[in-house]
Design a protein around this ligand. Structure first.
Ligand SMILES: [Zn+2]
Ligand SMILES: [Zn+2]
Length: 243
């Protein structure tokens, strides 16, 4: 065993003694480095078929065929598909919130585990991709928060997928919070909010856009629009959860 490994292991044992490992949701004891117990993991609201082939909106009912939901129908979405393994409810919503707004940074691990499930979706495995592109934060927001949650998740995903992260987007306009706006207003609010960087590297490339949550899809749709305009061959979206 290398010295670095010994130090890492003893360091972890030391941390475990100081802060006994426990589930971040129910506080039950967990193995070292695990932040979610199996009971709580089983309660995470997984999205199961049938769901919209474009935006993954689940559908209550029986449909065997591939279908597109009424929200996506007749709407020009510039991404090929958006995949979210979970609903933004319960423990999933709670972890995203604590990670993003309360700086519970260790929660990036269970969030990345959930996000990685999106890479197993047929819509991703059917066609190779070149880069993972995080949805950027505006520099003002970045200074407030100290990190970009999409970038943190994209980097963890990159390790697992063996594909590079490309920070191909810059947020050039500070947008006010979108939570109270409807879809039309969100699109208006986002107009000219993003600019493509490294345009030559985006040319003819297959991209996976990464974000934490898909709410109305307006943000990722606008990101996808500018990336396609810059010559990207395809843009697929992965998020931990969807609204
Ligand atoms: Zn638990
Ligand atoms: Zn849809």
């Amino acid at each position: 065993m290398k010295i670095a490994d010994v130090l890492r292991l003893t360091g972890q044992a030391f941390l475990d003694a100081l802060y006994p490992p426990h589930c971040a949701n129910c506080l039950a004891d967990t193995p070292s480095g695990i932040h979610l117990c199996t009971k709580c993991a089983a309660q995470a609201p997984k999205i199961k078929a049938p769901f919209c082939s474009q935006c993954s909106q689940p559908f209550d009912g029986a449909i065997d065929d591939v279908f597109v939901c009424f929200q996506c129908e007749g709407r020009k979405l510039h991404f090929d598909c958006a995949i979210a393994p979970y609903r933004s409810r319960g423990v999933v919503r709670e972890f995203i919130h604590r990670f993003k707004y309360e700086r519970h940074f260790y929660l990036r691990q269970p969030l990345a585990n959930w996000l990685a499930e999106a890479l197993e979706d047929r819509r991703i495995t059917d066609q190779p991709f070149d880069f993972l592109v995080p949805v950027p934060l505006h520099s003002t927001r970045y200074r407030e928060r100290d990190f970009n949650q999409a970038e943190v998740l994209a980097k963890l995903l990159a390790k697992r997928a063996g594909k590079p992260v490309l920070a191909a987007l810059k947020r050039i306009r500070y947008t006010t919070t979108q939570t109270r706006l409807d879809r039309e207003q969100r699109m208006e609010n986002l107009r000219n909010a993003f600019r493509v960087r490294h345009a030559s590297r985006v040319q003819s490339r297959h991209l996976i856009l990464v974000d934490d949550v898909f709410t109305t899809g307006s943000t990722v749709a606008e990101c996808a629009r500018v990336l396609r305009q810059a010559g990207a061959a395809s843009v697929r979206v992965v998020t931990v959860a969807r609204g």
